[in-house]
Ligand binder design. Structure first.
Ligand SMILES: [Zn+2]
Length: 91
């Protein structure tokens, strides 16, 4: 029995997440993210939540692009920073 271990792949993936949500990420990297999400529930939940939040936001604000600042706040709200630092910390 072992807990899900955040791998370097997780933190790398989540680092690209805002671009992934933007759709500005290279197709190759998108594929890697999607591939990773198939095997990693935690990352899938994070991406799903973030994507829904972003979609909702864009929907409500007339398809205006989300400023980086707002995205940072979304990330913070989702405690993604915590998630990322957890991913980096290995014991
Ligand atoms: Zn992961």
């Amino acid at each position: 029995m072992s807990e899900h271990v955040h791998t370097q792949k997780c933190s790398a993936m989540l680092g690209d997440l805002s671009e992934y949500i933007d759709g500005s990420l290279q197709a190759e990297i998108c594929e890697q993210i999607e591939e990773h999400m198939k095997t990693c529930d935690n990352c899938r939940v994070v991406v799903d939540t973030l994507r829904k939040t972003v979609e909702l936001y864009e929907h409500c604000s007339d398809n205006v692009e989300i400023p980086g600042e707002v995205k940072e706040r979304l990330f913070a709200k989702l405690e993604l920073n915590d998630y990322l630092s957890t991913a980096k910390t290995s014991k």
